[in-house]
Design a binder for this molecule. Structure first.
Ligand code: SF4
Length: 370
């Protein structure tokens, strides 16, 4: 059961309380390059990203936010370090949330100025503590950036905001260690009902980062901890979004788009299954309908092994068979036609599923704003 937390609104996306766990990512374009950043925001949004963070390293980037805000629809978060003025400029530019570490914004007057302005603009603040930002006296007290040190650091910052009667808060406590991350969030979740943004930071490249995030975030989400997540990868931000959705889907928390299952291949495989699976993935990448597609390496065992799949293809020697729920519905005799014919079958399957629903009635989209 999900940990009870307060609700927040970031632009038109609800977060916390009973809201679905929200998917976040961060652009890696130069925010000053307005069009390139807009293109990446749109790409992330199409992939299912619901909240998008942008780095604001200087005044030019803060000013760029105004045009970016006007030309995009996704909720945008300004990521600010060291400079209160950049936070104020971002608010003026129409940003929907701020991510700051109050510890590095400067004097208490400067923090107060940012918090008061955020209140005036009704903009939530994420307090982002990570193992590298824990104060020296806490590192000494706890002998390093332990979960206790990170939680105490977070409360110090929460206190600064609450003193200004500001409660539109969410918190993150990130570490590159999976175990520290899990323990820090567990501790924090016992002590606060502010919504939590979860993530394993600096997780690594696609395989390593996916494993670390899936284990760390998977355990927390399974325990009901986490209102929004970011999978942090050294790579394309869009991949972060795809991995995040797979984590949520695997835990039965949310669904978006088809689940593509493919067999691991073995000595019976008679087709280029890797190429075929890639083609299917590419064809379905912007599809939001929820169903299961199987791509299997042989006609003897494939349909049986994937009989739960709504639709599937099993490749044989120079041919392919299409099946639905384990029942063969078509044989494709011409090897060259296997991929195009199967993609056509997928399209008609989706059309059939959609005919009963209006654009806003698709049951699988009830917790998702496309
Ligand atoms: Fe091997 Fe066929 Fe099973 Fe794929 S479906 S793993 S090719 S037996």
């Amino acid at each position: 059961m999900k940990n009870p937390t307060k609700k927040l609104l970031i632009r038109d996306i609800e977060l916390g309380g009973n809201s679905p766990v929200r998917v976040q990512s961060m652009t890696n374009t130069d925010t000053r390059n307005i069009q390139t950043t807009i293109n990446q925001i749109n790409e992330l949004q199409q992939a299912g990203c619901e909240i998008i963070r942008l780095a604001v390293p200087d005044t030019e980037a803060a000013h760029a936010l105004s045009s970016i805000r006007k030309k995009t629809t996704a909720p945008l978060v300004a990521d600010i370090h060291f400079d209160a003025k950049l936070a104020l400029l971002s608010l003026e530019a129409g940003i929907d949330a701020l991510r700051i570490n109050p510890g590095n914004i400067g004097s208490s007057q400067k923090v107060n100025m940012v918090v008061d302005a955020a209140k005036e603009y009704h903009v939530p603040i994420r307090i982002g503590v990570n193992s590298g930002s824990v104060e020296k006296y806490l590192l000494k007290k706890y002998n390093g950036p332990t979960p206790q040190a990170m939680v105490e650091s977070a409360f110090k910052h929460i206190d600064l905001l609450e003193k200004r009667n500001f409660e539109q808060i969410k918190i993150s406590l990130k570490s590159s260690s999976v175990l520290t991350t899990i323990n820090a969030y567990r501790l924090l979740a016992q002590k606060t009902d502010y919504p939590l943004h979860i993530g394993v930071t600096e997780a690594g490249t696609l395989i390593r980062g996916t494993v670390k995030s899936s284990i760390g975030l998977g355990i927390l989400l399974y325990e009901g901890i986490g209102d929004t997540l970011r999978v942090s990868l050294t790579g394309q931000p869009k991949d972060e979004v795809l991995v995040a959705w797979e984590i949520l889907r695997s835990l039965g928390l949310r669904q978006r788009g088809p689940e593509i299952i493919s067999c691991p291949t073995c000595g019976r495989t008679e087709i280029d299954l890797v190429g075929l699976t890639r083609e299917v993935e590419k064809h379905l990448q912007s599809v939001t309908e929820v169903f299961t597609v199987a791509v299997m390496g042989c006609v003897v065992n494939g349909p049986g092994e994937a009989k739960e799949a709504d639709i599937g293809l099993a490749g044989g020697k120079g041919c392919g068979i299409v099946f639905r729920k384990g029942q063969v519905i078509k044989k494709i005799e011409n090897q060259k036609e296997i991929i195009p014919e199967f993609l056509k079958e997928l399209d008609s399957f989706i059309q059939e599923r959609n005919k009963d629903y209006g654009p806003d009635q698709k049951p699988w989209l009830k917790d998702f704003k496309p």
